[in-house]
Design a protein around this ligand. Structure first.
Ligand code: ATP
Ligand code: MG
Length: 311
């Protein structure tokens, strides 16, 4: 089921001082399935935060429509099912972690009775157990982000928007935050993630969309976007040079990468299997055989480069 559906959304920021309006979103359409982690990617200023703010009702689109939970009205009840971690959030310095969650929990209309238990559950989930009495002014960046995630999930929302949740966090902290997101997904939550850390988006998201200067330039599943058709990497225990010119395999291209590792291209699975049979027949041991993939970062950079060339 589609939990978010966006159709032809545009947003132009206008200002009396500026002569030109800023077209932050340009005819964007996309949808997000329930229970998935969705990644919205793009360079600084691409329009990611603007899109999230529109979905949350914090700003209005200039054109287009969207629905949340299958409902296109600005329904107050739907808002209660949403959690939000804004980018560059700040909590009042003088509050303790417990007080932040208590205050924001009340704003989410949680009742007093169960709130204490919910605060401790959320703190435990984000790895902040034991620091509830510390003032947030003593918190590191990583602790602040964890607290931000805790406030986004304290009311047990179904849909969670996280705007750059791992910004400025060290690799171990990032891994821990990724683990939290996967745990939330396993509880059937839908997560909408804004990020420009592509290597990490690749590790956890099911689907991604790439925004560039307000336009959606690509969307799809990570596996579809990164797969390279008919290309395999093969590592053996000896040289394959004699096979480079085999007449049976004229359509193949076998290129040496390094050592006994080669890239085989231009063949479907059938051809690949014939090639493997031939190697085995010649007593060659196959140590590794994998379908070639591009990284999300490589895809992203080549897309942006192509667009810049067209200009
Ligand atoms: N309130 C505003 N008034 C005018 N222009 C704005 C406003 N908010 C954003 N913009 C402009 O809209 C464009 C998109 O900004 P947005 O913050 O959505 O990008 P982003 O993808 O979230 O970037 P970042 O990765 O840096 O967070 C930018 O050109 C930005 O300058
Ligand atoms: Mg942003």
């Amino acid at each position: 089921m589609e939990i978010i559906k966006i159709e032809n959304l545009s947003k132009s920021y206008s200002s009396l001082k500026r002569k030109n309006n800023v077209l932050a979103l340009d005819n964007v359409s996309l949808s997000v399935e329930r229970g998935k982690i969705f990644g919205l990617l793009g360079q600084n200023g691409a329009g990611k935060t603007t899109l999230v703010k529109i979905l949350l009702g914090l700003t209005h689109p200039t054109e287009g429509r969207f629905s949340l939970f299958g409902d296109s009205t600005n329904n107050y009840k739907n808002k209660k099912r949403i959690g939000y971690l804004p980018e560059n959030h700040r909590f009042p310095n003088f509050l303790t972690a417990y007080q932040v969650l208590y205050y924001l929990g009340l704003l989410s209309e949680l009742n007093y009775d169960g709130l204490k238990r919910k605060i401790f559950e959320a703190l435990e989930l984000v790895g902040l157990k034991g620091v509830e009495k510390k003032k947030v002014k003593t918190f590191s960046k990583g602790m602040m982000q964890r607290l931000g995630i805790a406030q986004a999930i304290i009311h047990n929302p179904d849909l969670i928007f996280l705007d750059e949740p791992t910004d400025g966090i060290d690799p171990i902290g990032r891994k821990e935050i990724r683990d939290i997101l996967v745990r939330l997904k396993n509880e059937n939550k839908t997560i909408f993630l804004n990020s420009h850390i592509l290597s990490e988006v690749e590790l956890i998201t099911d689907n991604v969309a790439i925004l560039h200067q307000g336009k959606l330039i690509k969307q799809g599943s990570i596996s579809d976007l990164t797969a390279i058709e008919n290309e395999y990497r093969i590592t053996t225990d000896s040289e394959l040079d004699t096979f480079l010119s085999k007449s049976d395999f004229v359509n193949f291209q076998l290129k040496k990468l390094n050592g006994f590792t080669y890239v085989l291209s231009g063949t479907d699975e059938d051809g690949l299997n014939k090639f493997v049979d031939l190697l085995r027949l010649n007593g060659i041991t196959i140590k590794e055989l994998i379908k070639q993939k591009l990284s999300l970062e490589e895809i992203f950079i080549s897309l942006i480069k192509d667009l810049d060339k067209v200009k």
